[in-house]
Design a protein around this ligand. Structure first.
Ligand code: HEC
Length: 186
């Protein structure tokens, strides 16, 4: 027993000395070991799943919601997550962990998977993810806007660059009309 305690105390002291000397490299360019990455992904996925599953998914198949989601996505997310037809940005290149490209994800198999993904996306968009660059948009956006964004993210994996360009164009024209209702000059 004494030996075990001695070993644990010595290990703790060695870890403390190593870490306080600055030996651990916090640089984003210095990747974790593959095993560490796997453990982080496992912890993250379990954490998201446990919190997301209780949520009620509202109806999302409505054109207005779709356009609202599209507009928010193009304004707030593409700098890190990119979009169909978009080249990496200076910001996206430097991220570690990298922001996933939703338009490169495998197609959704069925309704169950769609609902699961919608819940997970909603939860992450609202709450953000610790120690990554993923912000918590729930501090500045209500749940309706966040469901709209989650619904749009779900659609991205089946979208061509041309379809993406068109929907963003329509969304922007719409919000322009909206903003200028009643006092348009043209
Ligand atoms: C400053 C960069 C940045 C911005 C802006 C950003 N994200 Fe992220 N996001 C990240 C990073 C980095 C991750 C990956 C975190 C990880 O690997 O654990 C991430 C993860 C996510 C995830 C979980 C990924 C998964 O595997 O399912 C979702 C969903 C997401 N972001 C959606 C969005 C949406 C929608 C927006 C815009 C409203 C957005 N993000 C804006 C950086 C960003």
């Amino acid at each position: 027993m004494k030996k075990i305690i001695g070993f644990l105390v010595t290990s703790a002291i060695l870890v403390f000395i190593t870490l306080s000397s600055g030996a651990y490299n916090m640089a984003a360019t210095e990747k974790h070991w593959a095993i560490t990455e796997k453990i982080i992904a496992w912890v993250r996925n379990n954490s998201i799943e446990a919190r997301a599953k209780e949520q009620q998914v509202p109806a999302m198949d409505n054109e207005w919601i779709r356009l609202q989601g599209a507009e928010h996505y193009s304004a707030m997310c593409t700098i890190c997550h990119l979009a169909p037809g978009m080249q990496p940005t200076e910001l996206s290149l430097g991220l570690y962990p990298q922001a996933p490209k939703f338009f490169e994800r495998a197609p959704i198999k069925d309704q169950t998977e769609k609902l699961e993904r919608a819940k997970a996306y909603f939860w992450v968009i609202k709450n953000g993810l610790k120690m990554t660059a993923m912000p918590a948009w729930g501090l500045s956006h209500d749940d309706d806007s966040i469901w709209a964004i989650a619904a749009f993210v779900l659609e991205l994996n089946a979208m061509t660059p041309e379809q993406y360009r068109q929907i963003i164009q329509t969304a922007q024209d719409n919000s322009h009309d909206h903003a200028h209702q009643g006092h348009r000059h043209e």
